[in-house]
Design a protein around this ligand. Structure first.
Ligand code: HEC
Length: 131
């Protein structure tokens, strides 16, 4: 009896989470309205570039042009074009890096390895690629 109730609640929660994730996606990516607290100064962009070279270039290419996909997974996005599949605001890009991209997580979450200010530096660096 108690088990059934807990199970029902768990299923309802999962369903709810799925619905809100979809809403966020439709609205242009999760975290779309987060404001970037780090100014895109040359210092910030350079810091982002270093982290990018260390963690990101292997998949997204040394210049952010994208790369080949692992079998059956979406390809690593081109980060230099105007196409943003997971939201185009600084906040959406920040969230894609910090939390990864569901459902496959071919883009894994980096929040456990890269601190928030450095993720914003990455956002500023990625933005600088298009100029
Ligand atoms: C193991 C390969 C891999 C690594 C390493 C990786 N990514 Fe990704 N990334 C991907 C893939 C694959 C996608 C597309 C995921 C999808 O569409 O489901 C993606 C998507 C993204 C997106 C969303 C682009 C869009 O069009 O909305 C951003 C931003 C991004 N990555 C930034 C980064 C940054 C910054 C790093 C380094 C901290 C990084 N990635 C490391 C594979 C990787």
């Amino acid at each position: 009896m108690h088990t059934t109730t807990a199970l029902t609640a768990a299923v309802a929660l999962v369903a709810l989470a799925a619905v809100s994730a979809q809403d966020a996606h439709a609205a242009g990516g999760q975290g779309a309205s987060l404001k970037n607290p780090v100014q895109a100064t040359p210092v910030s962009i350079e810091a982002g570039q270093k982290i990018y070279a260390r963690y990101c270039g292997a998949c997204h290419g040394p210049k952010g042009q994208g790369g080949p996909s692992a079998e059956g997974l979406p390809p690593p996005s081109n980060l230099t074009d105007t196409r943003w599949d997971h939201g185009s605001t600084d906040g959406a890009i920040f969230t894609a890096i910090k939390s990864g991209i569901p459902p496959e997580y071919a883009m894994e979450p980096w929040g456990d390895r890269i601190k928030d200010p450095d993720i914003w530096n990455l956002v500023n660096f990625i933005r600088s690629l298009r100029k």
